[in-house]
Design a protein around this ligand. Structure first.
Ligand SMILES: CSC[C@@H](O)[C@@H](O)C(=O)COP(=O)(O)O
Length: 351
């Protein structure tokens, strides 16, 4: 059985409800942009690439069977839906970049006299449907490029560590950082992978652990607070994480806890890689200080399910992401190659 977070066919969309994993695998229907927004906001779907794909597919579902009188009316409707969808979660850039591309596509089609309203709608639908396939293809390329980088100068199986969930559940399939780990394993060169629990939302314990067990990879779960102790006591060849937004200088916003892992990695001279498609790279912002960090409800810290674990009355701070400065990052693994953070601005975003 392949792990599929997103099931889409001809204007019908279902997502695996990640709030219920690993206890329950239940697919829920997404009937339009309101459902799409809610599923992203509530984190029934999460992970930067998956958020973008589900957001855009929810737009497709919304417009699929509707009639529009004019291209102007269709463009207005699409722009308004996209404007709304990008407010669902602020930190990951992938949905915003996809929305900008769709807006510029409709702007071009609006002025093309050979394109009627139905053809305009079809172009938008085709463009979104292609995102699914492109994301999987890009993840495979990230896996290959990352594996080659990690194995440079090493001729034995690798011990790796990762954080949060960056696998099939966070993307259209295969994954970014977890895709690299899968690719290393496909070459029979994965000795072991450690995944962090990823408090407070436990994407590591619930989702990455689920994917690692599913794929039968040699893996161990640790708490976030064990990273320094692990690096001090065992040889880890590299840490690989994903990204929600990479600034032009390489500063990287990713799941809370990433920054402290990078600091500890530097202390122990362990290479620290970010694996991300170009859809996560925001060349419009110079550095990480411009990235808006989402703060989530206190309840994620104080409760596990219905059970309160924190002392009643305590105040909480719950940023969902942090920014790792570029100087702590060994390389950024993309679908077109592995770059030093300082090299990113020279790369044109591939279409
Ligand atoms: C390929 S997913 C990369 C990142 O989006 C991932 O590491 C992460 O931080 C996800 O955060 P989440 O809050 O679960 O959406």
């Amino acid at each position: 059985m392949t792990l599929e977070a997103i099931k889409y066919k001809a204007g019908r969309l279902q997502i695996l409800d990640q709030l219920l994993l690993p206890a329950e695998s239940t697919y829920i229907p997404i009937a339009g942009v309101k459902d799409g927004w809610n599923a992203i906001h509530k984190m029934q779907v999460r992970g930067a690439p998956a958020i973008a794909i589900v957001g855009c597919l929810s737009l497709v579902v919304e417009i699929y069977d509707k009639q529009n009188d004019s291209k102007e009316a269709l463009k207005k409707e699409i722009d308004e839906h996209l404007q709304y969808l990008v407010t669902s979660r602020p930190t990951a850039v992938n949905l915003k970049l996809a929305a900008d591309e769709l807006k510029s596509l409709t702007a071009t089609l609006l002025t093309d006299e050979d394109v009627n309203v139905e053809a305009m709608k079809k172009s938008v639908i085709d463009s979104v449907e292609q995102m699914l396939q492109k994301d999987i293809k890009d993840n495979r390329a990230i896996g290959e490029n990352g594996t080659n980088a990690l194995l440079k100068g090493i001729d034995r199986p690798l011990k790796l560590m990762t954080h949060c969930n960056t696998g099939s559940l966070a993307t259209a399939g295969y994954g970014t950082a977890l895709g690299v780990i899968r690719s290393v394993n496909e070459r029979n060169l994965l000795e072991h992978v450690f995944c962090t629990e990823t408090r407070p939302y436990n994407q590591g314990a619930r989702l990455t652990a689920y994917e690692l067990v599913h794929d039968k990879l040699p893996a161990t779960l640790i708490t976030d607070s064990m990273v320094a102790a692990l690096l001090n006591s065992r040889k880890i060849d590299a840490i690989i994480v994903g990204a929600d937004r990479v600034a032009a200088n390489g500063d990287t916003a990713n799941k809370i806890g990433t920054y402290q892992m990078a600091v500890v990695a530097k202390h122990h001279q362990v290479p620290f890689y970010v694996a991300a498609p170009f859809t996560s790279i925001d060349v419009a912002i110079a550095d990480g200080s411009h990235i808006k960090i989402e703060e989530r409800p206190e309840r994620e810290l104080t409760h596990i399910g219905e059970l309160r674990i924190a002392a009643p009355g305590i105040g909480c701070w719950n940023p969902a992401f942090d920014v790792t400065p570029a100087e702590l990052i060994t390389g950024i693994i993309t679908e077109i190659g592995v770059f030093k953070p300082s090299e990113l601005t020279e790369k044109v975003r591939p279409k």
